[in-house]
Design a protein around this ligand. Structure first.
Ligand code: HEC
Length: 100
């Protein structure tokens, strides 16, 4: 019985881990200062970004570039500065953003 519970718990954690890992990644890289899942801050919400880029087969590449090199004029007047220190995490962040 104990083993079963442990196995079930481990399985649940495996399923939950990726989402948490990337929300944490966004926090760690300072993205959460300007972005939130659903609340508009200085930057567009993760949901808006995913919706805007949905259907673009190169979405992950476009977002990876935008994270590393910055973005302007796509959502409004405020530009996003290049996120140089998030460069290594950019592909993982782009992938996660598209799941929002
Ligand atoms: C200083 C505030 C700020 C920070 C910090 C910031 N962003 Fe942004 N972000 C913006 C703004 C503003 C836009 C809208 C730019 C535009 O209109 O093109 C944006 C747009 C984006 C886009 C959309 C690009 C596209 O082509 O559709 C992505 C993806 C993104 N940000 C990811 C991130 C990630 C990941 C981080 C953390 C590594 C981050 N941002 C940190 C302000 C910020």
């Amino acid at each position: 019985m104990k083993t079963l519970t442990a196995v079930a718990l481990a399985a649940a954690m495996l399923v939950a881990a990726p989402a948490f890992a990337s929300a944490d990644l966004a926090k760690k890289n300072g993205c959460a200062v300007c972005h939130d899942a659903t609340a508009k801050k200085m930057g567009p919400t993760w949901k808006d970004i995913a919706a805007k880029n949905k259907g673009n087969k190169d979405a992950e590449k476009v977002l990876t570039d935008a994270i590393a090199n910055g973005s302007k004029g796509k959502y409004g007047k405020i530009p996003m500065p290049p996120q140089a220190k998030a460069k290594a995490d950019a592909p993982a962040l782009a992938k996660w953003i598209m799941t929002n």
